[in-house]
Each structure stands twice: as C-alpha cells, then as structure tokens.
Design a protein around this ligand. Structure first.
Ligand SMILES: *Cc1c(COP(=O)(O)O)cnc(C)c1O
Length: 404
C-alpha cells in the first residue's frame, strides 16, 4: 500500500488511498472474486482463525477488494476505520445490532430516509428499542430528547427533500454531554462536501448506492468510525450476521470514488444553476437549495460544507395535479425516487417517498402536494431546464388563465 507521509487532499486520496498492489504489478485495483482463502499450513490456519495473525479467512469477514474500498473511504472521511456493508440500510442495521439493546432509546431526526424510519419504528421496536423523532434544527428539542436510556443521536443533513441543515458542532456537544453516540448519515454530501467526524460525529453512515457509485449500478453501504473498540464491535456484528459487501460491488464503488470529487463539483454547479433558474420561473413559488442566500440553512451549510449538494426541491403555484403534470411533461429526466446518479431524477415526494407518513407529518416537514424534488445529475443544465420548462410553462399559463 502507498505509505503517505504528506497529508493529501481528498481528490488525491480518492484515487490513491487503499490500493495494495499485488505481485502482478497491476495498475488498476483487481477484483478478488473468492469466497475463501487458503493457508500456508495448519498452524497458519489456526493462527488466522483465532485472530492471533491477521489475514483473510473468508469473504464474509474480510476480502482484499472490499478492504481497498473501506480504506479509501475511511481516508476520505478522515476516519481510522470503515466497514463496508451490503447496502446503506444494512450499515444502519449493523450499527443498531452492535450498540443497542432492549430498553434503549434512539433520537432520530424527523424526515430521515424512509427505510431508516421503518427500521427503527417497525423492526427495532420489536426488540424493545424506542425511537424519539426530533426536528433537525431544533437544538433545545435535541437536548430534551437525551434521556438516560438514549444511546444514539442520529441525523441526516441536509435533509431530504427540503435541504434543512443540522448544526453538527452543536449536536456533537449535546451528544457528548449526554454520553450518546452521534451518528451522521452523510449520503447527500459525501466526504467531498462534508466530513462529519471533523465536527465530532462518532459514526458516519453511507449508502454507497448513491453518489459514491454515482452511476446507479450497485447497492452498498458503509460505516466510518475512529474508535477502535466501536470498530471491533461493528466488525464482529458484520462477520457474524453477514451483510457483507460483494467484492465486485466494492470494486465498482472503489472506482466510483476516483471520480467522486469531480462529479460532486458538477452536481453542485448544475444544481446551483438550476435553483437560480427555477427561482425566476413564474410557476415556481419557492425553491429549496442551501446555496441560495434565502435558504434558512445557508450560513450553516457555508460553514460546514464545501458545496451545497445536488438536490433541489421546489414548490409550484398549483396543486398536486399540476406537480404531476410537470413530472409527466419531462422526457429526459428519470421519474424515480433514486438520486446520486449522473442521470437527473424527478420525484413527487408527497405521493412517493413521503406517502407513508401522515398528512400532518408532511406539513411539519414542509412536504406539500405542490413540492417537486430534482436529484440533479450531470447532463448539461440547459437540457435539464428545457425538459422542465415544458411542464412549468403549461402550469404557469393555466394558472394565469385562472387568475384572469
Ligand atoms: C438510500 C439511502 C439510504 C439507504 O441506502 P441503501 O443503499 O438504499 O440501503 C440511507 N440513507 C439515505 C440518506 C439514503 O439516501
């Protein structure tokens, strides 16, 4: 492996960290498509099984390609250890199985990823874990949520889809004082835009499925931590329960990381341009993008992020059917709830990603029937605008006709 003596920038780590060149002198990272590994002799097998000697035993435990991805991601997050998992959800499950027991409570920000809500409220609740939902930006509510049984303070920032920004430094302080693990789902920013460990997070959660891959090919996830004892707990849970990442997927993600910094730069630039353009369209009532100075989280995002991300949401003057009309007028954008792809996506959150929560919860979260979310991809922004303009113009015309 490269032994870096100089501190390298994230762009360089994304390309160089975590590679262990084999005796074949390969330039690009190889894929170790093997379920198990062989030993030099019986004593070597015994030593590796007992853990007395480090080394590969079985790919549910460790695999060189998976470790390459883990080491690269850990270096980029500025963390000591990463654990790759089969999906983002299994990363969160692995964390929960490692640190929670019956009777514990978790404090989770309102509006986290839908399956994360289900995991805590439907699955973990059956094992005696209680979830308290807290408004992402309400620091005194977080303070109040820290009960003696609380074990995790879990946030996603920016939030989906309205891009609210959590104050990472303040939340870290609240969690530390309460003796609670501070967990940040960093899927939307990636380490290129935000490094939660620098702000005191104990655990960073990733769905590699999104920007880390960046081209919609594979499902995967990861946890990044600095604490050795916590890492050992997580690793034991993973090797025993088995949601390991496949070597092939690890290779795709590792190659994905090489272009992550450039891609995030593109996503941010195009999203900012789109947000600005949407603000000027007569059919648009309000745009949610942390890069806009009108956004309530703008200053915080400026402080703790290196860019404002690739998600833009906007509310139109009109109803649900007008919002659907805008979506149905697109020809280029993909109508899907996924994001973090070079292909731009368009979603109506109220009837898809946030359909299962109550109307009242949607109102609190600002997810109205007239809200549309764009996961801005890497197509030319002029083409994205053109694709949206058809629907927006037709809604603007019908609205002005109503006004007459
Ligand atoms: C997609 C996503 C997850 C879950 O990841 P999977 O890879 O789909 O299991 C978790 N958190 C956020 C913010 C996500 O967008």
């Amino acid at each position: 492996m490269y032994d870096f003596t100089e501190p390298l920038s994230i762009e360089t780590l994304a390309i160089r960290a975590g590679q262990r060149r084999t005796a074949e002198s390969e330039h690009s990272d190889p894929i170790f498509a093997t379920s198990s590994f062989v030993f030099d002799n019986a004593a070597d097998a015994a030593a590796k099984f007992s853990g007395a000697t480090e080394g590969n035993v079985y790919s549910r435990f460790t695999n060189p390609t998976v470790r390459g991805f883990e080491d690269r991601l850990a270096a980029m997050e500025g963390g000591r250890f990463a654990i790759a998992t089969a999906s983002g959800m299994s990363a969160i499950l692995c964390l929960a199985l490692s640190v929670l027991k019956a009777g514990d409570r978790v404090a989770v920000s309102e509006n986290v990823f839908g399956s994360t809500v289900s995991l805590f409220t439907k699955t973990l609740s059956r094992f005696g874990v209680t979830t308290d939902f807290v408004a992402l930006t309400d620091l005194s509510a977080w303070q109040r949520a820290m009960s003696p049984r609380t074990r995790l303070l879990f946030v996603e920032t920016p939030s989906n889809p309205t891009c609210e920004i959590a104050d990472l430094a303040s939340l870290s302080k609240i969690a530390k004082e309460a003796g609670v693990l501070f967990v940040v789902d960093n899927v939307y920013c990636t380490p290129v835009l935000q490094k939660p460990l620098e702000y005191g997070a104990d655990v960073v959660v990733h769905s590699a499925t999104k920007y880390l891959d960046g081209q919609g090919r594979c499902v995967g996830g990861a946890l990044v931590v600095n604490d050795r004892a916590l890492y050992d707990e997580l690793f034991n849970t993973l090797r025993t329960s088995g949601p390991s990442m496949s070597p092939f997927n690890a290779w795709v993600f590792q190659k994905g990381l090489e272009t992550l910094a450039l891609r995030m730069k593109g996503h941010c630039e195009y999203a900012a341009e789109l947000a600005d353009w949407l603000q000027g369209h007569p059919a648009v009532r309000r745009v949610f993008y942390p890069g806009l100075s009108s956004h309530p989280g703008h200053l915080l995002a400026l402080k703790q992020q290196r860019g404002f991300g690739g998600i833009v949401a906007f509310e139109i003057h009109g109803s649900r059917s007008d919002a659907w009309q805008i979506i149905d007028h697109t020809r280029l954008l993909s109508i899907t709830a996924n994001l973090g792809d070079s292909k731009s996506t368009i979603t109506h959150p109220a009837s898809t990603t946030h359909a299962r929560i109550t109307e009242k919860q949607r109102q609190v979260a600002g997810i109205t029937d007239s809200l549309i979310r764009i996961g801005v991809g890497l197509e030319h922004p002029d083409d994205i605008k053109l694709d949206l303009r058809r629907g927006l113009d037709s809604v603007a015309t019908s609205e002005s006709r109503l006004a007459d």
